[in-house]
Design a protein around this ligand. Structure first.
Ligand SMILES: Nc1ncnc2c1ncn2[C@@H]1O[C@H](COP(=O)(O)OP(=O)(O)OP(=O)(O)O)[C@@H](O)[C@H]1O
Length: 544
C-alpha cells in the first residue's frame, strides 16, 4: 500500500505541476508570441506531465488494487473461518441472509479501506506540502493565502466525519429495516396481516426521509464550504500575486502558474470527500466481523478429532437432555440404532422428533454437563469426532427437503457424484418423477418444484448416498396415497441392508419399520407391540 500512496501522491502532484507549467506556458506565449518555438522546454514539460500523470495514476491503481486484494485475502479467509464454524447452524442465525450479504459487502469495505482512506490522505498531504513549499519559497504570505483555505476545506471534511458516518449508518439501517418490513407486509398481504405490518411502514418511511434530508443538508454544507475555500484561495493568491507583480517581486508569468496550481490542488483534494464515508464503512465492517466472531455456534468441531471406532454402525443416545428457549425439548432420551435396524419415530407435533434427528447428525449437541447425556457412534462421543466423518455415514432426507439451486442431476450427484444418468433416471422413474428431466433447473431451494417433487428429489439423493443409516424425516408428507405407496416401495428396495430411522406422522411408513417409537413432550417410549387383530372366527360347522 505504501507504493500506491507514493504513486498516488506523485500523480496528484503531477496534476498540480501540469497546471503550473500550463500557466507558465500560456503566459510566456502570450507575452512573446514570436518566441513560441523557443518554449520547447515548457511544452515538453506540459506533455510529459500530462502523459506522466496518466501513467502514474495507472501504476498507482495497479499497485493499490494489488495490495488491497492481497490484504483482502486475509479478511476473506478470516470471514470464511468464522462462518464455517456455524456450518448449517448459520441458517438459524437471526436474518442469516442479511448476515451473509453484509459479510460480502464488509469484505469489500475492509479490503479497499486503505485505498479509499489512506491514499487520498497521503495524496492530499503531499499536494499541500508540495504547493505550500513552492509558494513559501516565492512568498510566505502567498503560501499562507493558498494553503490555509485548502487546509480549512480538508479539515471541514475530516471534522464532518463522525456526523456523516452516524447519519450514513442510520440511513442504511433504516433502509434495510424498511425493505425487510415491506417484504413482510407483501408476504402477509394475502391474509390481511399485511395491513398491520404496513402501518409501521409509514412511520419508518418518514424517519428515513428525515435522515436522508439531514444527510443531504450536511453534504450540501460541506460542498458550499469547499467552494468558498476554493474562491478564497484563488482570490487570495490573485490579490497577493498581483501586489507582488506590482512591486516587481513576482514575474507576471508566474502569477498565472501560481493561480492555476492552487486551483489544481483543490481537484487533487477532491477524493478526501469520500474519506469519512469509507472510514465509517471500514469501522462498521470491523465491528460487525468482531460481533460475528463473538457468537458461539450451537456445535463446534473438535480441534483434534479422534477417528470413528471401526465396526458395524451403533449410534446411541444415552440419557440425552436438551433445552431450547428455556424449554426441555428432549428429556433423558435413550435410544440405540444398530446396523441394519429399522425404526419408525412418531408422536405429536412439537414432540421433539426433528430435534432428535438433528442430534444424530450432530447439528445439535445435548445440554452441557453430566445431566445432558451423550450421543455416541460406535462408543465414541460425537463431540470428539470429525462431523464430516459422522455425516459421511448418514443418508439424510430433511423435513423441508432443501435443494441447491442447480439441475436435478447436480442435486442427485450430491448423493453419489459417480452415479450414471441411467441410475438417476431409473430412480426418479421409480419415485414417480418420470416427467422430471435430469437437466431441469430446480430454482433456489427447489422453488421451481412442487413440495412433493422436491421431497422426492431429496429422498432420491438420500437413497443414492452410500452410508449405513438412512435418516428420513417425513419422506411422504406431501404425497397422495398412491404416490406414497410407490415411494415406500422404492425406499424398501433401496435399503440394501442399511439401518433406517423414519420420522413420520402418517401410518403407511410405519410398515417399513420393525420397531415403532413414540416421542411425546421430549420423552421417548416404545409401546408394547399391539397383538395383531384377531380374525373373526368362522362359526364351526356342526353336523346336521
Ligand atoms: N431453534 C429453536 N429454538 C427454540 N426452540 C425450538 C427451536 N427449534 C425447535 N424448537 C422447539 O423444539 C420443540 C420440538 O421441535 P421439533 O421440530 O423437534 O418437533 P417435531 O416433533 O419434529 O414437530 P413436527 O412433527 O411438527 O415436525 C418444539 O416445541 C419447538 O418449538
Amino acid at each position: 500500500m505504501s507504493w500506491a500512496a507514493v504513486l498516488g501522491t506523485l500523480a496528484a502532484l503531477a496534476g498540480v505541476g501540469l497546471a503550473v507549467s500550463s500557466g507558465l506556458l500560456i503566459s510566456r506565449a502570450a507575452l512573446r508570441p514570436e518566441v513560441f518555438l523557443s518554449l520547447g522546454l515548457l511544452v515538453t514539460t506540459v506533455r510529459a506531465l500530462g502523459l506522466g500523470r496518466a501513467a502514474l495514476r495507472y501504476a498507482e491503481r495497479l499497485a493499490g488494487h494489488a495490495a488491497a486484494l492481497r490484504g483482502g485475502e486475509g479478511v476473506r479467509l478470516a470471514l470464511f473461518d468464522t462462518l464455517a464454524r456455524f456450518g448449517r447452524d448459520l441458517l438459524g442465525l437471526e436474518r442469516s441472509g442479511d448476515v451473509l450479504s453484509r459479510a460480502g459487502a464488509d469484505v469489500d469495505a475492509r479490503q479497499f479501506a486503505a485505498l479509499r482512506v489512506t491514499l487520498p490522505l497521503a495524496a492530499g498531504l503531499g499536494v499541500l506540502l508540495g504547493l505550500g513549499g513552492w509558494l513559501a519559497w516565492l512568498d510566505p504570505l502567498l503560501a499562507l493565502l493558498a494553503v490555509l483555505p485548502l487546509l480549512g476545506a480538508a479539515l471541514c471534511v475530516l471534522a464532518a466525519r463522525r456526523p456523516v458516518a452516524a447519519l450514513t449508518r442510520r440511513e442504511t439501517g433504516l433502509a434495510r429495516e424498511h425493505a425487510t418490513r415491506l417484504l413482510d407486509a407483501l408476504a402477509a398481504s394475502g391474509d390481511g396481516a399485511g395491513r398491520h405490518s404496513a402501518a409501521g411502514l409509514g412511520a419508518l418511511s418518514g424517519e428515513l426521509e428525515t435522515v436522508t434530508r439531514q444527510l443531504g443538508a450536511l453534504t450540501a454544507r460541506l460542498t458550499l464550504a469547499r467552494e468558498l475555500a476554493f474562491a478564497a484561495a484563488v482570490g487570495g493568491v490573485l490579490w497577493r500575486g498581483a501586489a507582488l507583480v506590482g512591486v516587481g517581486e513576482l514575474s507576471g508569468v508566474l502569477l498565472a502558474a501560481v493561480t492555476l496550481g492552487t486551483a489544481a490542488a483543490f481537484d487533487a483534494l477532491g477524493p478526501l470527500a469520500a474519506v469519512p464515508g469509507a472510514s465509517a464503512a471500514d469501522r462498521a465492517a470491523r465491528d460487525r466481523s468482531a460481533a460475528l466472531s463473538a457468537l458461539t455456534p450451537a456445535v463446534t468441531a473438535p480441534a483434534h478429532p479422534r477417528p470413528v471406532p471401526p465396526g458395524p454402525l451403533r449410534l446411541e443416545l444415552r440419557g440425552v437432555t436438551l433445552r431450547r428457549g428455556g424449554r426441555v425439548v428432549l428429556d433423558e432420551v435413550n435410544l440405540t440404532i444398530q446396523a441394519g435396524e429399522r425404526l419408525a419415530l412418531s408422536g405429536p407435533s412439537g414432540g421433539g422428533k426433528t430435534t432428535l434427528a438433528r442430534m444424530l447428525t450432530r447439528d445439535l449437541d445435548p445440554d452441557g454437563g453430566p445431566d445432558g447425556g451423550q450421543v455416541t457412534l460406535n462408543g465414541a462421543d460425537l463431540r470428539e469426532l470429525n462431523p464430516a466423518a459422522l455425516r459421511a455415514r448418514l443418508c439424510l432426507h430433511e423435513q423441508d427437503a432443501p435443494l441447491l439451486d442447480g439441475s436435478v442431476r447436480e442435486n442427485l450427484h450430491l448423493g453419489d457424484h459417480q452415479a450414471p444418468d441411467e441410475t438417476l433416471r431409473a430412480l426418479l422413474d421409480e419415485l414417480g418423477l418420470s416427467h422430471l428431466a435430469l437437466d431441469a433447473w430446480v430454482g433456489e431451494g427447489g422453488s421451481r418444484l412442487s413440495g412433493g417433487e422436491r421431497a422426492r428429489v431429496s429422498l432420491a439423493r438420500a437413497l443414492l448416498k452410500p452410508g449405513d443409516l438412512l435418516l428420513l424425516d417425513e419422506p411422504t408428507a406431501h404425497l397422495d396415497a398412491d404416490t406414497e405407496a410407490r415411494v415406500l416401495n422404492t425406499i424398501a428396495r433401496h435399503l440394501r441392508g442399511r439401518a433406517l430411522l423414519i420420522v413420520t406422522h402418517r401410518p403407511a411408513p410405519l410398515a417399513l419399520a420393525r420397531r415403532h417409537l413414540t416421542l411425546r413432550r421430549g420423552r421417548l417410549s416404545e409401546p408394547t407391540p399391539t397383538p395383531p387383530p384377531v380374525a373373526p372366527r368362522t362359526p364351526e360347522r356342526t353336523a346336521p
